[in-house]
Design a protein around this ligand. Sequence first.
Ligand SMILES: Cc1cc2nc3c(=O)[nH]c(=O)nc-3n(C[C@H](O)[C@H](O)[C@H](O)COP(=O)(O)OP(=O)(O)OC[C@H]3O[C@@H](n4cnc5c(N)ncnc54)[C@H](O)[C@@H]3O)c2cc1C
Length: 305
Amino acid sequence: MEQLLRNFFLFLSKNRFFTKLAKRYGLRFGAGRFVAGETVPAAVETIKELNGQGMSVTIDHLGEFIDSEKEAREAADGCIEAIKAIAENELDSQLSLKLTSMGLDISDELVIENMRRILDVAEEKDVFVTIDMEDHERCGKTLDIFKTLRADYEHIGTVLQSYLYRTVEDIQELDQYNPNLRLVKGAYKESPKVAFPDKKDVDENLKKMIKMHLMNGNYTAVASHDDAIIEYTKELVKDKGISKDQFEFQMLYGIRVDRQKELVEEGYKMRVYVPYGNDWYGYFMRRLAERPANVAFVLKGVFGK
Ligand SMILES: Cc1cc2nc3c(=O)[nH]c(=O)nc-3n(C[C@H](O)[C@H](O)[C@H](O)COP(=O)(O)OP(=O)(O)OC[C@H]3O[C@@H](n4cnc5c(N)ncnc54)[C@H](O)[C@@H]3O)c2cc1C
């Protein structure tokens, strides 16, 4: 039943009609628990609150399916606005974005142009930018664009997903760039041809990736709500004498908030991924897919009040 619900929400997450509808009608159905608001000022308030609790942030200007160059340029403008707001308000925050929102499905040239505009400002304002990883179909292209940009910019990192068979090779290949990587399990519905179908393998592969990337001497963001992964990382860094400056934990806004606070109290760097913007629908559906138990919460949002 849980698997069925998971597939159902992942299927819904790709629906362009609902995406457009959601943009038009604003944050609904309890999405506010996972999304910090629709505007930069709303996001700034959330970042201030989290910084006040000792947490770092990465702010995500929500956006995926883009149909035109104009929309992609507007999304890039939105990212630049967010970077400027981070700098002006002296916030402890990075920026995350998705290449599809920069025009990945339109042309590579458009994405590179948009990314260079963003990264020029990011370097000037000293704000780090992470390229989120999307579905497998776009993984190779995303990594190629990352490599091109990494040749010219310091303030850029990306994400690797442990459910993909290819990822261990990607970690080895990327090592020459000394990349700052966020390591995750992966949030999209993928075929067993390209991704481990068994959760146990996904978990083991994430541990392997964390070890490889840390032992290569690279900065590692361990982005997981899974206690087993968190404990594994703590043991590993203790065992290998890896400094707390070389890694951080990351979790999503609104998920396992108590655990986030505990990690800060234990002296670990904790970064919260804070999404904002009107394109919240796909992100929200993927969070429901991860934990169908949240559906009860959503139903309360729809039928409560
Ligand atoms: C900061 C951050 C950035 C990410 N960026 C990307 C990205 O760029 N690309 C990508 O594909 N994926 C990304 N993800 C999502 C990731 O791939 C997983 O889908 C997601 O983190 C769930 O996996 P998990 O490691 O938390 O463990 P799971 O095995 O899914 O869960 C472990 C435990 O965590 C708790 N938990 C997990 N999810 C929830 C929830 N929604 N509500 C309440 N409790 C929950 C439960 O107790 C669960 O038993 C990101 C995740 C984080 C935290």
